[in-house]
Write a protein that binds this ligand. Sequence first.
Ligand code: TXA
Ligand code: MG
Length: 343
Amino acid sequence: METKVWHMRDHISEQDLNEIKEQFEASELVVIPTETVYGLGGNARSDEAVKRIYEAKGRPSDNPLIVHIHSMTQLDDFVEEVSPEVRELMRAFWPGPISFILPLKAGYLCKRVTGGLNSIAVRMPSHPVGCRILQYVNLPIAAPSANLSGRPSPTMFQHAFDDLNGRVAGIVNGDQSEEGLESTVLDCTTYPFQIARPGAITKEMIEAVLPHSVEGKSGLKDGKPIAPGMKYKHYAPDTPVTVLTELNHTISNDKNWQHTAFVVPKSLQEWVPNNGHFISLCDDEEDVKAANHNLYRILHDLDTEDEITSAYIYGFTHQPKAEAYMNRLMKAANQEVITGDEL
Ligand code: TXA
Ligand code: MG
């Protein structure tokens, strides 16, 4: 399949929007930029489109998709009920990087989109290009991250292109995603709510709006992941990665670090051995936002650098804000952790 590319960094033309709308209406797939990661979009009402999403990604069909909207009024079509509490959170955080799992009203969306569940995850993104497309197309758009299953999510056009060129009708180039990690997924089908997947919107931020509304332990219900997606191996680059904590003295130059990358905050660069490769993760040990923004790009870059055969990536240990970052990094590292002292 020939994949068309639309460049929409600065200017969005009516003609481009029309072409994209036609593709969605024909149940074809178009990759769109969002502020979290690029999304592999298809019409959530079309069984054919949703089938194509699973095929293009190579994704297990029991892993449900997030539906993207541009207006709260769209919810009435396919959500049974939005409680006043959930509405308050939507007002506080939408458009933005949080998805809500809500009771599904059957009959409007195709069944395949929820993988047979009777709940649905919904998000209203804030990316100006992504938003404009959703408004113009005016369909509920199912969109998982635009990577092949098991690969890091794309935060840049080029990464989405590398994974999906030839597998989708089109890809929209909308620059690097601002947030860089996938949305927080909040299960609102029970109360207190539960975080099924950590993201930029943290428990603390939610509870600043609705005190005591979030269950303490995120991710699990009866010992099983709430989000089926969390049970799969995920986000793994080909380059073996180890999480590096407690870096507070110089790592010896005695070992051969020639093919090793040290991905750490700039403020810790002085401890990196000068025969290794320093890659800047963010400014300092407080700078979680930049680390979120950069992580997936760096995981991609590691695989394209022939010089680099393994990497140590900095782990934030005392930062509640870093829950999403650590969740993704620990998976990329297959839970391998080492301290600066052990190197
Ligand atoms: O930031 C994001 O959320 C991105 C962008 C494109 O919006 N999308 C994304 O989608 O990350 P995806 O499909 O890669 O991840 C969706 C996650 C999966 O872990 C899935 O299992 C979970 O949400 N999920 C979706 N619907 C669910 C439901 N009804 N119940 C429980 N988990 C659900
Ligand atoms: Mg994904």
